[in-house]
Design a protein around this ligand. Structure first.
Ligand SMILES: O=P(O)(O)O[C@H]1O[C@H](CO)[C@@H](O)[C@H]1O
Ligand SMILES: O=c1cc[nH]c(=O)[nH]1
Length: 240
């Protein structure tokens, strides 16, 4: 049965799904990396494609920006048969340790968002990435010789409410970077019995409107996507 927002049938969606926020990134990933990519939905601009990567069926599904949209997409993907959800996004660095376009592999996400609050009814909870996806992503990043950071990120709702001072405070609690979807993906995956992970590349410093140069960010996105796809291959082949 087609879903309300991800207009697709179960056979359209692969068990392994990459989740960019941006539909343009979804199209680029499908056209650059997947063999025989087919568009299965463009409803609401949430572009979704399925193809193969190294013989493994993979989908790329846009989440849109923020946890409300990402949680809808994750819930519907699970209903369509997805088992591994791996976000491939951008983030703001909370600390100068992270440089432009470097890769962050999230272990967990501080849930500073309204969506997880509604799901949890205010109960304390630590949205956590699937260990299998973290381990496979680390292995893939190492194989590519990529400088990468593994640790805690923060998920927020209000992009423009964050300041450098806010970032420094959270960096003092170990937060590496801020983004807007991971906490809801981790929680929905835990509730629905599937695996979720999150890779992000640094597009700016928190509270700084200066984006890293396009060609630098493009390199970071490319490295992140190759890492994510290779993590899926490791898991699919039982080699993580
Ligand atoms: O680049 P994406 O995947 O959209 O991720 C980040 O970029 C958007 C904000 O600019 C938010 O969705 C945030 O999480
Ligand atoms: O949520 C985000 C994503 C990218 N950059 C930011 O500053 N915040």
């Amino acid at each position: 049965m087609s879903q309300i927002h991800v207009r697709a049938q179960p056979q359209d969606v692969a068990p392994f799904v990459l989740l960019p926020g941006d539909p343009g990134r979804a199209r680029w990933i499908a056209e650059t990396y997947l063999d025989d990519p087919a568009l299965y939905t463009e409803h609401r601009g949430l572009l979704g494609f399925t193809g193969t990567y190294q013989g493994i069926r993979v989908s790329v599904q846009t989440t849109g920006m923020g946890c409300p949209s990402a949680s809808i997409v994750a819930e519907e993907l699970v209903r369509l048969g997805a088992t591994h959800l791996l976000r491939v996004g951008t983030c703001g660095a909370a600390t100068p340790t992270l440089k432009a376009a470097e890769l962050v592999i999230a272990q967990a996400a501080v849930p500073n968002d309204g969506t997880t609050r509604q799901y949890l009814g205010g109960a304390p909870y630590a949205p956590t990435a699937s260990y299998a996806l973290v381990e496979a992503s680390v292995k893939a990043a190492r194989a590519h010789g990529l400088r990468h950071h593994v640790g805690l990120i923060m998920t927020e709702d209000a992009f423009y409410a964050s300041s450098p001072e806010h970032a420094r405070k959270w960096a003092g609690y170990g937060v590496l970077a801020f983004e807007m979807e991971a906490s809801a993906l981790f929680l929905v995956a835990a509730m629905r019995g599937v695996q979720a992970g999150c890779l992000v590349t640094v597009s700016n410093d928190i509270g700084d409107p200066q984006l890293v140069p396009d060609e630098v960010l493009a390199r970071g996105v490319d490295e992140m996507v190759r890492t994510a796809l290779d993590a899926f291959v490791l898991i699919a082949r039982g080699e993580r």
